[in-house]
Design a protein around this ligand. Sequence first.
Ligand code: GLP
Length: 260
Amino acid sequence: MPNWSPTPGAESGPRLIRLADPQAVAERVAALLLQEAQAIPHRPLGLATGRTMEPVYGALARRLDALPAREAEVVRRNWCSFNLDEYVGLGPADPRSFAAEMEVRLTAPLGLDPARVHLPDGLAADPQAAARRYGEAVAAAGGIGLQLLGLGLNGHVGFNEPPSGSDLPCRCLTLSAATRRQNAAAFGGDPAAVPELAITLGLREILAAERLLLVVTGAAKAEVLHRALQEPPSPSLPASWIQRHPAVTVIADQAALPQA
Ligand code: GLP
């Protein structure tokens, strides 16, 4: 058993699932996503981008393909998802945008209607107003059902950079130097080329989801994952707020969760 203690107030702590490697993690996460997408009715899916999620969408596409045609069609027809975040200044035509990433990894391979795959508008003239509208759109759709979360090396979820309070809503914010370094690979390795601003769902919308699914792979994230599960929730480690949520599952590989 892991040696963390549940936060007072949470009925039980996060459920930890430790699997052999990133591919096993991707398969399990894809199975849970598809199960949620097949449930009728279900609230919108909350989706994430990043390297951790790349194999997840591949596995999801294979699983959808393996369904009988009629069942796959029901999934497509009922699809509704909201991504966590987007860079300000990048639109779907830019391959480095999260919108482009979702088109390539999700919308096209699954054969989804692009109008059912929502992301914040990175090209909006007023990003703060666009963020507000995006948060309102999530609420108008009934809030998120299953929220997929990756974990930043600095403890961010979505782009909720430290410090982030648990009640902060969807907003436009300045990315930290650490995050711009972490995500530089997609920008020719140059942190300065990573946009300075991003729109992200806040902890407010994330914690309002029915269920949270935190997905973490690789030894580099082991320490921050351990802290997110162990330390008292605080703005300095935004992922730690998930301890306050009553229905959290953490799916990690052995490298990221060596002590479980
Ligand atoms: C990125 C994204 C997050 C993502 C996290 C982890 O910057 N904004 O939504 O989940 O950081 O990314 P990765 O999986 O590439 O390590």
